[in-house]
Structures are given as structure tokens and as C-alpha cells.
Design a protein around this ligand. Structure first.
Ligand code: SF4
Ligand code: SF4
Length: 85
């Protein structure tokens, strides 16, 4: 599992599912719409920057999750805790 936090939530990427994915749509999405936080390493998505940088850089665009679900193998999910109250 590849996981990192951003300011209001967390990105979780299930690398077991990524092994069955040929598109790496999450990496392309982050490069096109996000901040290039993800890269390909050994055929799987990986962080392109240190974890604290990722937390700062991620703009919470959700593109990695959306494109993964459209074109990938449902490995990426973004957790956004519901505000209390
Ligand atoms: S698009 Fe989804 S399934 Fe494919 S490598 Fe990225 S996170 Fe994994
Ligand atoms: S939410 Fe956007 S910036 Fe953050 S990792 Fe996903 S694609 Fe990249």
C-alpha cells in the first residue's frame, strides 16, 4: 500500500491492484492536473517527492482517483473525513 496524507485527507493506493493495471492513469493524472507528486517506479506508482513535500504540494484535485476509476484498476482512493458537527 502506498499512502500519504495531504492537508485535509489521505491518498491510498493499493499496489496489489496496480500490478494488474497497464495504464498508470493516476500518475498521468497527477502530472496533467495535479502537481506531479506521483511517478512510475518498477512499473508501479510511487511518490516522486518526500512525504512531507507531497503533503504540501497535493492540491486535492482528486484527479488520481477519478482517472484510476475511469481508466485504471480501482487502486487509488482518497479519504476525506467528514467534518464534525
Ligand atoms: S491507475 Fe489506479 S490501478 Fe492503475 S496504477 Fe494508478 S492507482 Fe494503480
Ligand atoms: S489529489 Fe491531485 S495533486 Fe494530489 S496526488 Fe492526486 S492527482 Fe496528485
Amino acid at each position: 500500500m502506498l499512502e500519504f496524507e495531504f492537508r485535509t485527507g489521505r491518498v491510498r493506493i493499493d499496489l496489489a491492484k496496480c500490478k494488474e493495471c497497464s495504464t498508470l492513469a493516476c500518475v498521468k493524472a497527477c502530472s496533467l492536473y495535479g502537481r506531479g507528486i506521483l511517478r512510475v517506479k518498477g512499473g508501479l506508482p510511487a511518490l516522486a517527492v518526500p512525504e512531507d513535500e507531497a503533503r504540501r504540494l497535493c492540491i486535492e484535485c482528486l484527479a488520481c482517483e477519478v482517472q484510476c476509476h475511469l481508466h485504471g484498476n480501482h487502486g487509488a482512493s482518497i479519504e476525506l473525513p467528514m467534518p464534525e458537527g
